[in-house]
Ligand binder design. Structure first.
Ligand code: GLP
Length: 263
């Protein structure tokens, strides 16, 4: 696992955006880049920089196919709390050459969640898998909507959200956790770790425990993020604020070994 520690949120996002941009470049219609994407506040700065590069003509999304991580059950596309709306509002609407037919987001309004999720897995497989899955992390260490004790081998499916997650996410629902859907469709931990590379953004003091569990904890379904320790291409991009619970040794080790990456 690589851990890239940047001074602050802006630098973390800048680093991640340029890392992804370098991977996207040189892909073609016959060989598109398959990119997994998250919602949440963590990736917003990455989306801004990627969109800036795209608008400036520095980076094309013409040969990118995206798959989003998750979607709430029962929220229509046009509701601003839906992840479909979030992705268009914060990213896709700002890209000049992303093809709408290359955007894949689970349909939370489906009447058949099982078929929807199976078709999603099949579509990912039809492209030969995901090249790079970017993600955020919950304070309880969830990746996508894989709450504690979701199998580390899980595939795309229906998930029940914990009360804690609904409370945390209620900031987008007028601070009323009852308004946060109780269910979501989500890629599985196994879907994420099947990707060739996984890049997880972890920033802010409130994610310090999750970062420590991801990097230093035991591999356990209690912290689904810890599955990344078994992945051969896992990168954590984080800010200083999120490092508060790492041991000094770990912190110093990654600062030293990744010193060339420091912006
Ligand atoms: C939600 C999403 C996760 C995301 C997490 C953290 O629960 N389902 O994919 O990583 O929130 O969000 P934020 O980046 O806003 O802290």
């Amino acid at each position: 696992m690589r851990v890239i520690i940047q001074e602050d949120y802006d630098k973390m996002c800048l680093w991640a955006a340029h890392y992804i941009a370098d991977k996207i470049k040189n892909h073609t219609e016959d060989r598109p880049f398959i990119l997994g994407l998250p919602t949440g506040s963590s990736p917003i700065g990455v989306y801004k920089e990627l969109a800036r590069m795209n608008q400036a003509g520095e980076l094309s999304f013409a040969y990118v196919v995206s798959f989003n991580m998750d979607e709430y059950v029962g929220l229509d596309h046009d509701l601003d709390q839906s992840y479909w709306y979030f992705m268009h509002d914060n990213f896709f609407n700002h890209l000049v050459d992303m093809k709408p037919e290359n955007i894949n987001i689970l349909n939370g309004m489906t009447e058949d969640p099982e078929a929807e999720c199976a078709a999603y897995e099949e579509k990912i497989a039809s492209y030969g898998g995901i090249n790079l899955f970017m993600g955020g992390i919950g304070v309880d260490g969830h990746i996508a909507f894989n709450e504690p004790f979701t199998s580390l081998a899980s595939r795309t499916g229906l998930r029940t959200l914990t009360t804690d997650t609904r409370i945390v996410n209620s900031r987008f629902f007028g601070n009323d956790s009852e308004k946060v859907p109780a269910y979501a469709l989500s890629v599985g931990v196994g879907t994420v770790t099947d990707s060739k590379e996984v890049l997880i953004l972890i920033n802010g003091h409130n994610k310090a425990r999750a970062l420590a569990k991801t990097v230093e904890g035991n591999v356990s379904h209690k912290w689904t993020c810890s599955a990344l320790q078994m992945h051969n291409g896992a990168i954590i991009a984080c800010d200083e604020a999120a490092c508060g619970e790492l041991t000094v040794d770990t912190y110093k080790y990654f600062l030293d070994i990744e010193k060339d990456q420091r912006l």
